[in-house]
Design a protein around this ligand. Structure first.
Ligand SMILES: Nc1ncnc2c1ncn2[C@@H]1O[C@H](COP(=O)(O)OP(=O)(O)OP(=O)(O)O)[C@@H](O)[C@H]1O
Ligand SMILES: [Mg+2]
Length: 314
């Protein structure tokens, strides 16, 4: 189980790092073994920041992230290497994850040298081919090629195959589906479902609500670095309670509706949204004086948490 406890990330910005940007603000949630948890929020809400903290690509400002009781932030040397054997990420833009001057084979060679130097060349080639096939790829079509010679979908499956080769337990999937066409999307989704049946846990980062609903057992709705609502996906989608979640769900375009008949979503600009208070108050139609204080997370039904002062009324 991967556990977030009161995690915050503050980026130092400005010329001399004199300004602070609160990208993630006191976030707590858990990702049980073998489950997919989707992390939903608009651009800039802190989703990738959370993924990067899990992958130790950036530090944690406050709070702790634990994997099976071990503090991820404190790992060093061989422990960190062991961690990366279990935890890997696949990102939004598969091109940026690759060094363009290395052929695809080289990516696997690096894993061999780093993690499995004792495996013979022949056995390794077989392992690589199995992982590629498990990732829905024909090894002949992708090996010996440069990244730019592969399609976006191939690259993403390639990265998943790489994760498979490491026999990982936890995958951070950051917007991996967004840039794929509909049929490739289904392939990658099915691949993820398959990985799940093998016991892999996934943090599925997305701003696409229908994808999140389709793939995850649990969902975390993030707004400006704070959790608005979280819990069992079905409960959140069937009975969204936070005004932000309700707005998000109401604004999903539907196949059976034309644009001009789309329900307009009520929002208003109020001076109430502030870091110490409810961060959504500045846009919330229900905001009132109390929203100047940060609302606590309340468990409104088993496995369904909402951070809103008006939750009783809703
Ligand atoms: N290295 C950095 N230094 C300073 N600010 C950063 C850094 N990385 C991200 N930010 C800021 O932190 C906030 C959260 O960024 P993040 O990338 O986590 O958002 P996101 O939810 O992944 O957005 P998107 O959906 O656009 O990918 C943004 O305001 C962003 O500008
Ligand atoms: Mg992002």
């Amino acid at each position: 189980m991967l556990k977030f406890e009161h995690v915050s990330k503050i980026y130092k910005t400005g010329t001399f790092g004199g300004k602070e940007l609160h990208a993630v603000n006191d976030v707590s949630f858990e990702i049980p073994d073998g489950e997919v948890v989707s992390l939903i929020g608009e651009s800039g809400s802190g989703k990738s920041t959370i993924g990067k903290m899990i992958l130790r690509l950036i530090g944690i400002t406050r709070g702790t992230i634990e994997l099976d009781g071990v503090n991820v932030g404190a790992l060093k040397g061989s422990e960190l290497k062991e961690y990366y054997r279990k935890v890997q990420g696949v990102f939004q833009d598969p091109f940026s994850s690759y060094n363009p001057i290395f052929k695809a084979d080289r990516i696997f060679q690096v894993i061999h040298d780093e993690f499995y130097p004792q495996v013979s060349a022949a056995a390794w080639t077989e392992k690589v081919e199995t992982a590629l096939k498990d990732g829905g790829l024909n090894p002949e079509h992708v090996l010996h090629k440069y990244p730019h010679q592969l399609s976006g979908g191939q690259l993403q499956r390639f990265l998943i195959a790489r994760a498979l080769l490491l026999d990982i337990k936890f995958l951070v999937a950051d917007e991996i589906i967004s840039m794929l066409d509909a049929s490739t999307r289904i392939d990658v989704l099915n691949l993820l479902a398959d990985l799940k049946t093998r016991g892999l846990s996934i943090l599925f980062i997305t701003h696409d609500l229908s994808l999140a609903n389709y793939i995850s057992e649990q969902a975390v709705i993030l707004y400006r670095g704070c959790v608005a609502e979280r819990g069992i996906t079905e409960k959140i989608f069937n009975r969204p309670l936070h005004p932000y979640t309700r707005m998000l769900i109401a604004s999903v375009p539907r196949l059976d509706r034309k644009w001009d008949t789309e329900i307009s979503v009520e929002t208003k600009a109020t001076p109430l949204g502030a870091l110490n208070g409810c961060v959504y108050a500045g846009r919330c139609p229900l905001a009132f004086e109390k929203c100047k204080q940060r609302p606590p997370e309340v468990e409104v039904e088993p496995g369904h948490f909402v951070a809103c002062w008006k939750v009783e009324e809703i």
